[in-house]
Write a protein that binds this ligand. Sequence first.
Ligand SMILES: Cc1cc2nc3c(=O)[nH]c(=O)nc-3n(C[C@H](O)[C@H](O)[C@H](O)COP(=O)(O)OP(=O)(O)OC[C@H]3O[C@@H](n4cnc5c(N)ncnc54)[C@H](O)[C@@H]3O)c2cc1C
Length: 323
Amino acid sequence: MRKAQGLTISGYVMNNLTPGPLARWLTGPRFNALPAPAALPAPRLSFEFFPPKTDKLEEQLWACIRRLEPLGPRFVSVTYGAGGSTQERTHATVARLVAETSLTPAAHLTCVGATRDEVDEVARRYWAAGVRHIVALRGDPPAGATEYVPHPGGYAQAEDLVRGLKRVGDFEISVGAYPETHPAALSADADLDFLKRKIDAGATRAITQYFFDAEVFLRFIDRCHAKGITVPIVPGILPVSNFQQVVKFSAMCGASVPAWMGQLFEGLEEDVETRRMVAAVVAAEQVRLLQANGVDEFHFYTLNRPDLTYAIAHILGARPRKD
Ligand SMILES: Cc1cc2nc3c(=O)[nH]c(=O)nc-3n(C[C@H](O)[C@H](O)[C@H](O)COP(=O)(O)OP(=O)(O)OC[C@H]3O[C@@H](n4cnc5c(N)ncnc54)[C@H](O)[C@@H]3O)c2cc1C
């Protein structure tokens, strides 16, 4: 009912003097609370690590692994670099995961700088070591190069690698996916065609590049379904511990950093403690919103630091196993 002096809602007359927040509450859409995690399926988790370069980093990694292990992730993955020594470190980390933990490791493997035979040999070594899950990636151009050039005699792109791996052994294969489109893609649609081809070649899961707006991921899921991609698409969650670094890295990998994040981290460059608390809230909001929209599987880019990942997994409802 309108009155001469303003709008009447529940007996309260609004006019130009009505304070802003109250006006929003009275006239805007009302948000319900997010459902309690206990009312939703338990989250399925996976954690990503990178192979350490020094003894000190090795210690940090293993402290991280031991802290996260009781959360019972479905798998943990170890990234793969371009040089021979970093590749050896990936292999050593994966082998130690098999030998010394209850975790199921997934080894990242790329097409960069190696012939098909060499890549197949790495895969055979993994199979012999009991590793059954590979995250198959094309890899990025080496430092200094702007364009990716396949190695002569190598696998040209991830799709070919997936096919090659299936010839080596019946691996479970995960591949990368890009909610905001891979920077080298001709178009968003062409990018999805590439993803579909990787699935058709034998991959059974896609793990996404990180993103910060939950809606970006949910719309991507819609587009995947429209393309007939039905395998699980697992959101890659990056808890932000260093905002400036994330801004730099995101510019290279095509992930957008929303302006609201800049505002949240503004002025905290020298305030590590507050920054970490803000980071936890940002990631918790993101995953809770995804969870409320039906997402029950999450891949965490841990950066070999357990605290934020542990806290956010806890908020999602994950609890340490008792055994
Ligand atoms: C979950 C995840 C984990 C990762 N882990 C690692 C890692 O451990 N080590 C590492 O080096 N990198 C890693 N990366 C980065 C990855 O290697 C890069 O994003 C790389 O540029 C693309 O790899 P891809 O497997 O998605 O490639 P592809 O699926 O082969 O290609 C990606 C996109 O590039 C475009 N494209 C590729 N080939 C062509 C072509 N011939 N013509 C036109 N367009 C083309 C398509 O749009 C395609 O969708 C990871 C990425 C993700 C998402």
